[in-house]
Design a protein around this ligand. Structure first.
Ligand code: SF4
Length: 69
């Protein structure tokens, strides 16, 4: 299966939306994030490379990363 998003840094490879598990690249992840008003985990990973898996990926969670630093 071709991975259109080899740059993806999402660590949740068990997620059915992870591009390692289908051939639709980022589209499924982005669609889910837009629906739930979330930021994709690749942005969290870029902002905080030491970050562990989070319980929540909201806009507010992302903004708070910058408040913590
Ligand atoms: S948008 Fe989603 S699938 Fe695409 S790189 Fe980011 S975390 Fe991975």
């Amino acid at each position: 299966m071709a991975n259109l998003s080899e740059f993806c840094t999402c660590k949740d490879t068990k997620c059915p939306l992870n591009p390692a598990n289908h051939d639709k690249g980022c589209s499924l992840c982005i669609a889910k994030c837009l629906k739930l008003r979330e930021i994709p985990s690749c942005f969290f990973n870029l902002a905080d490379p030491e970050m562990k898996k989070r319980q929540s990926y909201t806009f507010e969670d992302f903004a708070s990363l910058f408040g913590e630093k």
